[in-house]
Design a protein around this ligand. Structure first.
Ligand SMILES: [Fe+2]
Length: 459
């Protein structure tokens, strides 16, 4: 541990989500054998500061920590009252103790002399203390005195400074969906300012939203198109949305960046829901032969088929969702079954088939809107077959949702052209022939027709 280095630029508190991303990358690249995470939990229950006092308090803590952090160390916010420090410092224990001592001796005072700050800390070495990040975080939280007390009165503001410059690559938090990235630039209690990037050829939705909602989407770069009104929007154009039921759909004609200002703090909720779903999808990818890439290819192909069938934009949008998450129910199926190289026993097969039901349940547990109920239904039906020989309900013909009929063809095709443990990959031509031979049997005739055209646009 060196003497405090005041030349380091001050570190901002980042969200746990960013740390999670970072750890995943490190683990994937196997760049480090181990690294340290230190958790400081601030027991603030005795304090009842107003907003500006709160900012001052966090400012004090962060600037204090900054004095002792080294260049590569990072600060993260964990829950409402905990700060997590990520460090590669080999002298971690010494470093921790030193930092802890310093913090302990330093009681942060706000206006009232009697108000003090108790600091508790926990320490863990990754990956020795857990096989996955959730376990590690659990470990940290449960080893922190006072952490069971849920009665915290306030949150840390994410940005402690009063005047904050945001360089173009900086952000507080990030949410990544398959083709969209949301970067939270700044926020306060009433407003979130987000930079949103959307890939080309994607349909996205803007709705009026809940009571008191006010949103503005200002196009910074790119081009978007609204089919219904035959309207193209370019940089400088914007869309405002107030509370109400109206929905509009836009397609990006090229890669598009929006400045998104919203009075409904969507970030935290949106992030939570998406992260939960994505982490489930990741878990499926870890133990199943089907990967994230499979889900993305599926999303693309099913959208192309849907376009050939002239499905309305809204349906294409939700079919995309369903395609990406179609096998999310496999999160509940044991890896031994998913990875079994030989054929499944009757009992195992019974379990396997439940992934459609579980997928539906997972989506319904996360979302309550009507449209997402349709996504749940598509997922529930994605193994139904045109001739009634599928599962779980044995539906026949147009009893099956059109979107599920599409997803079923796209899924079968993609599965055939990529190698599986139990099956060699077919060439594209062989796979197309295979799909065509099942026309009117396993697959809907009109979907197979549309697929034949769509697949030409895919390669
Ligand atoms: Fe499936």
């Amino acid at each position: 541990m060196k003497t405090p280095n005041k030349n380091n630029s001050p570190k901002k508190i980042k969200s746990l989500n960013i740390l999670y991303d970072r750890l995943n990358k490190i683990i994937k690249n196997k760049k480090m054998n181990s690294f340290g995470l230190i958790l400081f939990s601030f027991d603030l229950t005795k304090l009842n500061p107003n907003y500006s006092e709160r900012i001052k308090l966090v400012n004090d803590i962060v600037s204090y920590l900054n004095k002792y952090l080294e260049k590569e160390d990072e600060l993260y916010q964990l829950e409402k009252d905990k700060i997590l420090i990520f460090t590669k410092n080999e002298n971690l224990k010494k470093y921790t103790t030193k930092l802890y001592d310093k913090l302990e001796k330093n009681t942060f005072k706000i206006n009232n002399e009697n108000l003090g700050l108790n600091i508790d800390k926990s320490f863990a070495q990754w990956p020795q203390n857990g096989n996955n990040f959730e376990e590690l975080i659990d470990f940290l939280i449960h080893n922190t005195k006072g952490s069971k007390d849920k009665n915290h009165r306030f949150e840390f503001p994410t940005y402690p400074d009063n005047v904050m410059i945001n360089k173009k690559d900086e952000y507080i938090d990030k949410v990544e969906k398959d083709s969209t990235q949301l970067y939270l630039i700044t926020k306060n209690d009433n407003l979130e300012i987000i930079r949103q990037k959307i890939a080309p050829e994607k349909t996205f939705q803007i709705t009026g939203g809940n009571k008191d909602n006010f949103e503005l989407f200002y196009i910074l770069e790119g081009k978007i198109y609204n089919e219904k009104e035959d309207l193209t929007l370019v940089p400088g154009d914007s869309i405002a949305a107030r509370s109400g039921k109206e929905e509009k759909y836009f397609k990006t004609l090229k890669a598009t960046t929006l400045l998104y200002i919203t009075s409904t703090p969507i970030f935290a909720n949106e992030q939570k829901r998406i992260n939960e779903l994505l982490s489930l999808n990741r878990k499926v990818a870890e133990k199943d032969v089907e990967t994230n890439e499979h889900c993305m290819r599926l999303q693309k192909l099913s959208s192309l088929i849907a376009e050939e069938l002239d499905l309305e934009e809204k349906k294409i949008f939700y079919l995309g969702y369903a395609s990406f998450l179609h096998d999310i129910g496999k999160a509940k199926i044991p890896a031994e079954i998913l990875q079994k190289p030989s054929s499944l026993t009757d009992e195992e097969w019974k379990t396997m088939k439940k992934h459609t039901l579980w997928g539906k349940k997972i989506i319904l547990d996360h979302f309550t809107t009507r449209n997402l109920r349709r996504v749940a239904k598509i997922i529930y039906q994605h193994h139904e077959k045109w001739d009634g020989s599928g599962y779980p309900q044995g539906l026949q013909g147009d009893e099956i949702l059109l979107e599920a009929q599409i997803l079923s063809v796209a899924d079968a095709f993609d599965a055939m052209i990529y190698e599986r443990p139990y099956q060699r990959a077919l060439t594209k031509e062989e796979a197309i022939q295979e799909i065509k031979s099942e026309k009117g049997k396993q697959f809907s005739p009109k979907v197979v027709e549309a697929f034949s055209k769509a697949v030409k646009r895919l390669f």
